[in-house]
Design a protein around this ligand. Sequence first.
Ligand SMILES: [Fe+2]
Ligand SMILES: [Fe+2]
Length: 224
Amino acid sequence: MTDEKLLAEIAAFIGQEAMHSKAHAEFNDAWRSDDYNLDRFQAWLARKDRYVKNLHPKIQLAITCAFEHFTALLGGYILRHPEVLSTLDDDAIKLWVWHAIEEIEHRAVAFDVYQHVYGDDKIRRMIMRSVTTGFASLTFYSATRLFLQDKKKSLPKVGGNVFGIYLLGKMFVQLVPEYLSYYKAGFHPAEIDYSKIVGYWKTRLSEDYQFEGFQDHQTQILYS
Ligand SMILES: [Fe+2]
Ligand SMILES: [Fe+2]
């Protein structure tokens, strides 16, 4: 890959993730006004963020590669199994589908930069192992805390809870092969093909939800 092409992809990646952070912040604000207190998690995350920013750039980049693998996998799963979004309203579905598509689109950018600059598979795998443990425990911990904050309403919904746990379990089991592919020698994120499912959802977003074009949307972000 040429340096110019990679630089353009990095710029697009930054633009997309900047928009995601904004969307996450708005989504969290909408939640905050409900029953959920997110401040403690956010303070905890800010501390982690400060810690990560002091690590060697190689490690920071390897962490990004690991997270990008997770977000692409989860994005792909959402698009293939939209039933996981069935309890959400149209706006929230749009938000998650849009995010999922962008995670898939830019899944190889950090990876390509890492390979270009460092190309150290040993560290890449090692960091993936620690990110996996950290990410899994954080997700489990925060989901449990949020569930308990809302326990008066959420506990009595036994059927819904059992179904939710079933959906999550099914997702983890089905994602194992794609997750493990990251540890293979010569792995590249582009080898997981999402073209058909992404094409399907892009059409649905524009037809069913009159969602603006992805490229136009991105150009606006980059040059506004
Ligand atoms: Fe994102
Ligand atoms: Fe991403």
